[in-house]
Design a protein around this ligand. Structure first.
Ligand code: ADP
Ligand code: MG
Length: 673
């Protein structure tokens, strides 16, 4: 057995366990040993039975002198046992584990660890951890007991048992890859010591020290991967080095129906500067919903056009692609720029050669007559996989020749994440909204005021002639819309129809044809329908200025930044706008979190807050497999993230000073060969 051996090589791990462990991303023995506990139970307090005190956590050892299953009136099964040592006897109770009667028959010497409580008015050990006593120190008792992230059929107890079996490999298998000097200067334990310390800690401090070192490793590898990605990217040649004609750009900017905000101007300058380089741009443009990213991208695409090249806009949904198509066609119309729309439904094309392609991921799969593409713009980039992005870039470029790439996101990227995962991208940010946007009054509506809220909304619609969005709850963490989601939206639609018979409602979800979707949007835009019921997947980026009320159902399932983005769909006209937030679960934590939305916080601040409260998966709304999920370290630990960044830079500059590490990174595929 080696660290790299598949997990199935452990005793009594078969295909069933292998599948379950995949859910925890455990494939090899090494992965198992790097599955770090998130807390510990202190069972170090080893006691004689006669000296047990109620309410304390303790470990005792003794002999099972009786054990039996008992059936309660309510059909539950209890396991009652008596355990004896030289000083006395104690009752033990477990719930619903009938197999214990077989596993721990009378006469077994056991170790039990748990809380002393009361049962049937007698001092009793309640549901203790148990193991058959051997001479070696206990795995589940008598020490700090690690608690791991579990999955169905894989308990912490099971994990502890298997990790104990792999224990000999810790010292033989994990070779140190950082120089001793560096370990000393940070006060880090060695790799092997750290792994031993998290699974078999002598003290909580010991466990923490181990975890710190393993967190550092995780962050260091992330940093290094983004540094290597950057190095690789810079080896590319820009497909086309553009010339920026300042006068022409200014003329285009002044043809717009508004003046650019100062951050739009700054971002545009940064981007246009990149386009003149002979290596390709790789930049992310981050800006709150409605901050006006599209027009910035349009300016870049205009420069590409005036140099005689094409550009490509990829958006995550058909509706969004359609809207970009219309916006760009309008913006470009004085310049005779030919815009083509590419979706899975078909290709809509001007006569002659295309200058700007707009589309969904159909741009990747369809046969599209890309000719000289200088610029690729990817909107709401986190909705696409890394693969899709790479695919499109490869399709329009060639080996080692790449278009300039601009990705855009409305999701504010927390600083620590930007440093780490996006370390390879240059960042431009739109930190202000165009002037004239009004604050959106936001209410968290308690359950008992729900009906009243619908009444208020109906009146608002009928009297003030405003329109409203109703966003259905996010049902599954999935990038594609599922039928469950569609069913929920349809149900919501029927429900509202009954509640507001005088109001015309529209429905839009991802399983509708593009034609029906467009019809729903058009009916809403023209105020033929006053309420648009939509699934969360469809919503991104739709721009309907006349809507003034946003209702979000099942809000507790969304991240704060995502709710903020949804809310940004309203408040785009002279009308006073409102956001009504409904939550099914109104526990205290949910309320605290949602209440943040009633404060004047920016999307950026809300994202930082959510990162603290719920972790990164939620911040980005849609969970991508493993994307942004730290296994050991925390995004909150900005100090350690900075340290890792410094060390990563030093390593990438002087790889020869780190021979063991360099070899390991290559073996693991983190560093290019
Ligand atoms: P997002 O950043 O969410 O993609 P959009 O690009 O869709 O935002 O812009 C939102 C709206 O704001 C659009 O209707 C756009 O025309 C408008 N807009 C963009 N820039 C400005 C500006 N500087 N002044 C006023 N309105 C603007
Ligand atoms: Mg947008």
């Amino acid at each position: 057995m080696k660290l790299t051996s598949a997990i199935i090589s452990l005793p009594s791990v078969g295909p069933a366990y292998t599948r379950r462990l995949e859910k925890l991303e455990i494939f090899t023995i090494e992965d198992l040993l790097l599955h770090v506990p998130f807390r510990y139970l202190d069972f170090r307090n080893t006691k004689k039975i006669s000296s047990l005190i109620p309410d304390e956590l303790a470990t005792v050892g003794g002999e099972i002198i009786s054990i039996k299953n008992i059936y309660t009136k309510w059909g539950r099964k209890l396991q009652l046992a008596k355990v004896q040592d030289r000083t006395g006897t104690i009752d033990v109770v477990w719930f619903n584990q009938p197999f214990l009667v077989k596993n721990l028959p009378e006469g077994t010497m056991v170790l039990l660890a748990g809380k002393i409580g009361w049962f049937s008015r007698k001092k009793t050990l309640i549901s203790p951890e148990y193991e058959i006593a051997k001479t070696a120190p206990g795995v589940h008792t008598g020490r700090l007991i690690p608690i791991y992230h579990e999955t169905a059929g894989v308990s912490s107890k099971w994990l502890r048992t298997k990790i104990a079996l792999a224990y000999p490999l810790i010292k033989q298998g994990f070779e140190e890859f950082l120089p001793q000097k560096l370990l000393n200067s940070f006060g880090f334990l060695s790799l092997a010591q750290s792994i031993e310390a998290v699974h078999f800690p002598k003290s909580l401090e010991d466990a923490q020290k181990g975890k710190l070192r393993l967190s550092f490793n995780e962050l260091l590898f992330l940093q290094l991967s983004s540094l290597y990605r950057k190095e690789e990217w810079l080896k590319n040649e820009a497909a086309y080095k553009l010339i920026v004609d300042q006068k022409e750009v200014e003329a285009f900017a002044s043809s717009l129906p508004f003046t650019l905000t100062s951050s739009q101007t700054k971002a545009t300058e940064e981007i246009l500067q990149d386009l003149t380089n002979d290596f390709p741009m790789n930049r992310i443009l981050e800006g709150d919903v409605g901050s006006g990213k599209t027009v910035v991208a349009a300016l870049a695409s205009f420069v590409s056009f005036s140099n005689g090249y094409q550009s490509v806009f990829m958006a995550p949904t058909q509706i969004l692609a359609q809207q970009h198509y219309e916006t760009l066609s309008k913006l470009f119309s004085p310049y005779k720029v030919r815009v083509t729309l590419v979706t899975s439904e078909g290709i809509k094309k001007d006569i002659g050669k295309t200058d700007v392609f707009v589309g969904t991921h159909a741009l990747i799969h369809r046969k599209v007559d890309f000719d000289k593409v200088a610029l690729v713009v990817i909107d709401e980039q986190h909705r696409f996989g890394v693969e899709q992005r790479a695919h499109l870039i490869r399709k329009v470029g060639s080996r080692k020749i790449s278009p300039h790439v601009l990705t855009m996101t409305a999701t504010p990227i927390p600083r620590t994440v930007a440093l780490t995962v996006y370390g390879d991208l240059d960042l431009s940010a739109l930190r202000e909204l165009p002037i004239g946007r009004k604050k959106i009054t936001t209410w968290i509506v308690p359950l008992k005021k729900r009906e009243a809220a619908y009444g208020w909304m109906e009146e608002k619609i009928l009297k003030d002639k405003v329109q409203a969005f109703v966003i259905c709850p996010l049902i599954e963490e999935s990038q594609v819309e599922t039928f469950v989601q569609v069913k929920a939206a349809t149900k919501e639609f029927d429900n509202l129809q009954k509640l507001m018979p005088k109001v015309k409602l529209g429905l839009i979800h991802g399983k509708m044809s593009l034609k029906d979707k467009n019809l729903a949007i058009e009916n809403f835009t023209r105020n033929f329908t006053q309420v648009l019921v939509a699934t969360p997947v469809v919503e991104v980026g739709i721009d309907i200025p006349n809507a003034a009320v946003m209702v979000i159902e099942g809000a507790e399932r969304f991240g704060l930044a995502q709710l903020h983005q949804l809310r940004g769909r309203v408040g785009r006209s002279f009308q006073k706008s409102y956001c009504l937030i409904f939550a099914q679960n109104t526990g205290r934590n949910v309320a605290t979190r949602l209440n943040a939305l009633t404060r004047p916080l920016s999307g950026f601040e809300l994202a930082e807050l959510d990162l603290k409260l719920r972790g990164p998966g939620e911040v980005f709304g849609v969970k991508q497999s493993g994307f942004l999920n730290l296994k050991i370290a925390s995004w909150q630990d900005s100090k350690l993230i900075k340290k890792a960044k410094e060390v990563a830079l030093a390593i990438s500059q002087n790889p020869n000073d780190y021979p063991e590490l360099t070899k390991m990174l290559k073996d693991k595929g983190i560093a290019p060969n």
